[in-house]
Design a protein around this ligand. Structure first.
Ligand code: FAD
Ligand code: NAP
Length: 540
């Protein structure tokens, strides 16, 4: 198909911005996207109740002030259709659509060590040659369908939340089973319950969830937000999680009972995932964490009528915040409905999926529709599914066989000019991922400009810098309670996946400063090279 300067894989928030940014530098760019349109996560996850859990005014692009000022979010946490409409608006406004091959999956990317160019192949037979490869393939884009015995035999309808049909699903009059009580399950359960004749929730592990406290925005509120946008963004960039909120200045154990309760109450009202960051030591010491757990348990008990059901809904296997806290709308109250049954898989595990439903160790459940809210092969899944081959014929999957190894999450030794956006080793899923993607893409663009200035063909993470970064990430995780949870952050949801805490835990602001320093110091920890052939110098 031809030579380009850069191939960008993925048309979610990250890929779209990468195409926009690199094109503005004058590069020829080819985007490739497996989906039939733009949106990434928001293209695929169309299940009922799908919303963001970072406030929309923050979970949106900051690169264009005009865009910020002209777009009106209708509520605090926008729904999937509204977010997808926003991304489509961005694609049109910045004329990005025609830069993509849609409905096309990249199957391989192989380095030519002579020319230091990447040969990228797709499932539609395209062959592209590119100097730079940007993988904006998503941290949560590869659906996990668990291998439960008899899965294929089920004769009713089956859906995965991450591959939801565009025409929607009508649950009216149906006996529905849902497996999974992570964010996707917890967001969809209340709405499915409103429609279904009966909903059976198959829960393996209970999860912490905090009501969203969603609000619609009126014009006055929108004006106020827009007037303060610059400051809001500044605070977000400096914060731990990419939102304009900071933890309480003291330890949860230093303050009085009253002050602690008040702080938790304020965060509970703020809504959702930020409850995990009420106090700075909340995910660092068991004692601090226990105070937050106790508060959350009391809230759950207030919401659920049947104490025996409440008992099952209270997590007992992980410190609060070490799995992503869910941001819900009427989740716990849903169990007060007569047409909802909580099935505790810890007490009686699934034995098989049968043609007519699910058999657990102690009962048969007859079902018409089965929903898998079973999550994703996170952070490495999309990359693992391509054949990415670097120096010496070593594949990325081989290089990462004991867990992902990156320098800053951005570069991998042996894979020159290959950049991963919001991948393992970066704050990634622990921070507002739109700002994370912008920060990465801006850094990559600076890096490419540096290569031109210095007349280098390639940049590549060095082995020592990578080893140090991997160790630093491991140490940061070891100082927290995160490794205690069987979370997808740890790869624990996928059988056989190495157990390594994948995101960088040092905070979004601190990470941004490290990346900026590295660039400032001439891309410290990276090595530069010239191609042996100097074929087709892409930057002219
Ligand atoms: P994605 O949006 O995942 O896009 C990656 C794209 O790459 C996909 O469209 C995929 O089809 C494509 N792709 C992958 N492999 C290939 C290939 N081989 N060839 C071609 N194309 C390929 N994060 C937050 O910060 N706040 C939130 O509120 C939030 N809510 C979320 C809600 C849901 C339901 C989910 C699943 C995730 C949520 N996340 C949230 C995380 C979310 O994934 C990111 O915020 C963000 O949308 C990721 O953008 P991205 O462009 O990096 O990746
Ligand atoms: P998830 O958090 O990984 O949850 C998957 C659920 O499926 C868990 O309850 C898991 O149980 C269960 N499960 C998996 N395999 C199973 C099996 N074989 N048998 C029984 N149960 C099984 O996935 P997710 O809910 O899709 O969320 C993933 C991430 O996407 C979130 O953490 C969040 O970052 C993002 N997201 C965000 C939002 C939002 O609010 N904006 C919405 C959706 C997703 P165990 O816990 O026991 O493994």
């Amino acid at each position: 198909m031809g030579d380009v300067d850069a191939v960008v894989v993925g048309a979610g928030f990250a890929g779209l911005y990468a195409v926009h940014k690199l094109r503005s530098l004058g590069l020829t760019v080819q985007g490739v996207e497996a989906a039939g349109g733009v949106g990434g996560t928001w293209f695929w996850n169309r299940y009922p109740g799908a919303r963001c859990d970072v406030e929309s005014v923050d979970y949106s692009y900051s690169f264009s002030r005009e865009l910020e000022q002209e777009w009106d979010w209708s509520e605090k946490y926008a729904t999937q259709p509204e977010i997808l409409a926003y991304i489509n608006h961005v694609a049109d406004r910045f004329d990005l659509r025609d830069r993509f091959l849609f409905g096309t999956r990249v199957t391989s990317a192989e380095l030519d060590e002579e020319s230091l160019r990447w040969e990228v192949r797709t499932d539609r037979g395209d062959v592209l040659s590119a100097r730079y490869c940007i993988f904006a393939t998503g941290a949560l884009s590869t659906a996990n369908m668990p291998n439960i015995a008899g899965r294929e035999s089920f004769t009713g309808d089956t859906h995965h939340t991450g591959q939801w049909p565009h025409e929607g699903v009508d649950f009216t009059g149906r006996r529905v089973g849902i497996i999974g009580t992570g964010s996707s399950g917890i967001q969809s359960i209340p709405l499915i319950a409103e429609q279904a004749e009966h909903l059976y929730v198959f829960q393996r592990s209970a999860n912490y969830s905090v009501p969203a406290g969603n609000q619609t925005w009126d014009d006055e509120m929108r004006r106020a937000i827009k007037a303060g946008y610059d400051e809001r963004r500044r605070l977000s960039r400096e914060s731990g999680g990419g939102s304009p909120y900071n933890a309480h200045p003291k330890s949860a154990l230093e303050v009085s009972d009253e002050e602690r309760r008040e702080a938790y109450e304020t965060r509970w009202k703020l809504g959702g995932v930020l409850f995990a960051k009420t106090f700075p030591d909340q995910t660092k010491t068991e004692a601090a964490n226990a105070t937050a757990r106790q508060f959350a348990e009391e809230k759950i008990r207030l919401l659920v009528d049947d104490p025996a059901v409440a008992d099952k809904l209270i997590p007992n296997d992980h410190p609060i915040g070490t799995k992503r806290i869910v941001t819900d709308t009427h989740y716990f109250e849903t169990y007060n409905r007569p047409n909802v049954t909580l099935v505790d898989l810890k007490a009686a595990p699934i034995e098989a999926i049968t043609p007519s439903g699910i058999t657990t160790a102690d009962a048969d459940y007859a079902l018409d529709t089965l929903v898998f809210a079973t999550g994703f092969d996170a952070m490495t899944g999309a990359l693992d599914r391509m054949r990415i081959v670097g120096r010496g014929g070593v594949s990325l999957s081989e290089y990462w066989s004991e867990g992902p190894k990156t320098y800053l999450g951005l570069g991998v030794p042996g894979f020159p000019n290959l950049f991963v956006v919001t991948g393992p080793g970066s704050p990634s899923v622990l921070a507002n991922m739109v700002l994370g993607a912008e920060q990465h893409v801006d850094w990559i663009a600076d890096c490419i400009e540096h290569l031109w200035e210095k007349d280098h063909d390639a940049i590549e993470a060095s082995v020592p810098a990578t080893e140090q970064w991997v160790e630093h990430c491991r140490e940061l995780a070891a100082q927290t309670l995160f490794p205690l949870a069987n979370s997808w952050y740890m790869g624990a949801n996928i059988p056989g996946k190495p157990r390594v805490f994948m995101p960088y835990l040092g905070g979004f602001g601190a990470y941004g400063r490290i990346c900026a320093d590295v660039a400032e110091e001439g891309f410290r920890g990276f090595e530069f090279s010239r191609s042996r052939t100097r074929l087709a110098d892409p930057v002219g």
